[in-house]
Design a protein around this ligand. Sequence first.
Ligand code: SF4
Length: 111
Amino acid sequence: MGDGPTDPAEIGEQDAPPVSEKPYKVIFEANKCIGAGKCAEVSDNWSLSLETGIAQPTAYFLSAAELDENVRAAEVCPAKKDRGVIHVIDRETGEEIAPDPEGDGTVSVDW
Ligand code: SF4
């Protein structure tokens, strides 16, 4: 990566599984999680850590079969005034599938 602004499509791509197997990934703003636990209610990929009091995903790279539950987790997350801190990204396009508060695929991570 160069000196330019962070490209969301590049996050975590070192040592990543092939896009054909795991077309989606999670970017998690852990420092903004308020520990409400809604994500864990709707997705097996998310749990609350008793140690830290914040959520953690089991997997950061997602198959098509894992997409829906993680989209639900992203959509129910109330942190950041309901904008959410779980971001589900299409690795092919680099666009945000959920929660996508801008409605245009812009990645809504506060870098
Ligand atoms: S729903 Fe959002 S704020 Fe609540 S625990 Fe999950 S990631 Fe954190």
